[in-house]
Design a protein around this ligand. Structure first.
Ligand code: PEP
Length: 249
């Protein structure tokens, strides 16, 4: 009852002319899909994604959004702009933004609200750094982050929110969480969401795993009952590896 989602986070890679070629190739080679696929390029590539992917089943979206609706906020990009460009998803609270831009849970919650107001599904990232896992506090840390990043967020429909569990120590390191560790965190997240938004919501909301997903480990991660897909960085940049992930999903 939960459709697998494979979302490629391109981070600050590619330029629009490269994206145009890459997306056109993806469109040409796309296997028949039961799962859902999304690409999340940097802002300047979104008009290209709209143009190339129109009429396909590939969704696209951004990696961040302003917490403000509109106004004198130089350099910011609003949820309304993203909606106008046809974004279905947008990442909020990625650990790289929490770390390099000092984003707090309260800020992440504001961003999620702006997206929901515009009909865009937030992909809300949570996950613990290595020292927290080593102290044995990964679950309480991650759940606190989840609750605080959803503070004041009205219960959306279960298909209108996606959670990505991304242990910080696994991102871009080649060291993924074991399927069992991912599963136990995903189960805890689902229980927490049941407390927050009810059992029905928790049963249907998708929880993605992110952190060094690749064609070798994806099938085992996906075989876990509470892992509903992947948020993929490095392995989403090469078309061949991204296509392999889609075939597995
Ligand atoms: C990410 O960027 O969200 C991510 C999980 O990166 P990687 O797959 O490269 O670890």
């Amino acid at each position: 009852m939960r459709r697998v989602l494979v979302a490629g986070n391109w981070k600050m890679h590619k330029v629009p002319s490269e994206a145009r070629i890459w997306l056109a190739e993806l469109k040409r080679l796309l296997p028949p899909l039961e799962s859902e696929v999304a690409v999340l390029p940097a802002f300047p590539m979104l008009p290209v994604a709209r143009e190339v992917l129109s009429g396909t089943q590939v969704a696209y979206g951004a990696q961040d959004v302003s917490p403000h609706r509109e106004g004198a906020y130089t350099g910011e990009v609003s949820a309304r702009m993203l909606a106008d460009l046809g974004c279905r998803y947008t990442i909020v609270g990625h650990s790289e933004r929490r770390r390099y831009h000092h984003e707090t849970d309260a800020l992440v919650a504001e961003k999620a609200k702006r997206l929901l107001e515009e009909g865009i599904t937030p992909i809300l990232c949570v996950g613990e750094p290595l020292e927290v896992r080593e102290r044995g506090e990964a679950v309480p840390y991650t759940l606190r982050q989840l609750f605080e990043s959803l503070e004041g967020v009205e219960p959306p429909g279960p298909e209108r929110l996606v959670i990505a569990y991304e242990p910080v120590w696994a991102i871009g390191t080649g060291q993924n969480a074991t399927p069992e560790d991912a599963e136990s965190m995903h189960r805890a997240i689902r229980q927490a969401l049941a407390e927050l938004y009810g059992e029905g919501f928790a049963r249907r909301v998708r929880i993605l795993y992110g952190g060094s997903v690749n064609p070798k480990n994806f099938a085992d991660l996906l075989s876990m009952p509470n892992v509903d897909g992947g948020l993929v960085g490095g392995a989403s940049l090469e078309l061949e590896s991204f296509l392999s992930l889609l075939r597995i999903a």
